[in-house]
Design a binder for this molecule. Structure first.
Ligand SMILES: NC(=O)c1ccc[n+]([C@@H]2O[C@H](COP(=O)([O-])OP(=O)(O)OC[C@H]3O[C@@H](n4cnc5c(N)ncnc54)[C@H](O)[C@@H]3O)[C@@H](O)[C@H]2O)c1
Length: 331
């Protein structure tokens, strides 16, 4: 069996995808890589480091020879290409973002073309824009994003389509919503509030949110997202007609709703708001809810976690593993 390479493996998704792949296949069939070096001490949540059980290689995705060398050396047959700069960071550094997000994807696709690898590309709800229908956003619709992050995601979807049709590279992808997880901190996205709120709620019973309380966005708990990535890559390719950018959804929530669900479990929890205009503008250009019927029909997508199930699990896991003091935040 050929091996699987994960780029950007030390980020929020890779930290959970790598152990999941090791469990699904075998640790010696998975190669984790990142432009950062792997930290061996346990992470903040008290979990073992993401890729501790498998081989780790330094790869800067903007350097094509580094990808090529690892793919050749390990006989890689599948690449989960997670390396990217996220939405809030991308608005601060648009030029660098183009180089990492587009240059990195180009290098991965070129390597895949030469070595016959399948490629997973994580697109995003950021691939939509203000002119997209914001409720129940269809699978195929207007995509005119106004952020550099969104521009690279739409261009990435198209580039993956092109490599599939022109060079028969088995590219597949998901338009991921905001992801909520407890293992690794989020990497500078617009939906980071939905992760920070849990840590602050457990630690201080208080959170100051950078989005308006009524900002409705699609969210998903990380175990659902990891399962979706694995199931899509294992799905029968003949059944996929939207291969490179499936809408997937699990819950559509606001900061107010999330805060109420947390307060119901952590009495005394309070939220207040200090709006970040830059991230609010990004959120206001994204869909409020997504139609994921194509994913459900073509490869059987079904989320396991709704808002309540996610909150129960997040609070239990963070309280158990993080050993955060349940004291009030110092004034
Ligand atoms: N987390 C989410 O909510 C979310 C939602 C939708 C889509 N996505 C997409 O999923 C992918 C992974 O997201 P994440 O949340 O894990 O991001 P993250 O920021 O937590 O991790 C990205 C990783 O990429 C690495 N990286 C950056 N530049 C690199 C380079 N030049 N070469 C190699 N590695 C590099 C970083 O060191 C980091 O470990 C991204 O493409 C992101 O756009 C994430």
């Amino acid at each position: 069996m050929r091996r699987t390479l994960v780029t950007g493996a030390l980020g929020q998704i890779g930290t959970e995808l790598v152990p999941a792949l090791c469990e699904r296949y075998a640790a010696d069939l998975v190669i984790a890589s990142d432009v950062r070096m792997r930290q061996m001490p346990p992470s903040e949540a008290g979990q073992p480091c993401s890729s501790a059980s498998c081989q780790f290689e330094y790869i800067d995705c903007t350097q094509p020879h580094q990808i090529l060398e690892v793919v050749r050396r390990y006989d890689i047959g599948m690449v989960y290409h997670l390396a990217a700069l996220l939405s809030a960071v991308a608005e601060e550094r648009p030029q660098i973002t183009w180089g990492v997000n587009m240059g990195g994807l180009w290098n991965v696709l070129e390597t895949a073309r030469q070595y016959g690898c399948a490629v997973f590309f994580p697109s995003s709800i950021g691939a939509f824009g203000p002119s997209t229908p914001r409720d129940d956003t269809p699978q195929t619709t207007i995509q005119r994003p106004t952020t550099m992050y969104g521009v690279t995601k739409v261009a990435g979807e198209l580039l993956c389509d092109y490599y599939a049709s022109r060079f028969s590279v088995d590219t597949r992808g998901l338009r991921l919503p905001g992801l909520i997880s407890y293992t690794a901190p989020p990497g500078g996205g617009t939906t980071d509030y939905a992760v920070e709120i849990f840590r602050q709620a457990i630690k201080y019973r208080h959170y100051t949110c950078f989005l308006r309380g009524d900002t409705q966005l699609d969210m998903m708990y990380m175990p659902d997202a990891i399962r979706a990535m694995c199931e899509l890559m294992e799905a029968d390719g003949d059944r996929l007609s939207n291969r490179n950018a499936f809408n997937i959804s699990a819950m559509s929530i606001t900061p107010d709703e999330l805060a109420s669900a947390i307060a119901a479990r952590l009495p005394g929890f309070e939220i207040d708001y200090d709006i970040d205009p830059s991230r609010q503008a990004i959120a206001d250009s994204w869909p409020r809810s997504i139609d994921d019927s194509a994913a459900r029909t073509e490869w059987g997508w079904k989320p396991a976690f709704d808002l309540n199930a996610m909150c129960d699990d997040m609070i239990e896991k963070l309280s158990t593993h993080a050993r955060l003091p349940k004291t009030r935040r110092p004034e």
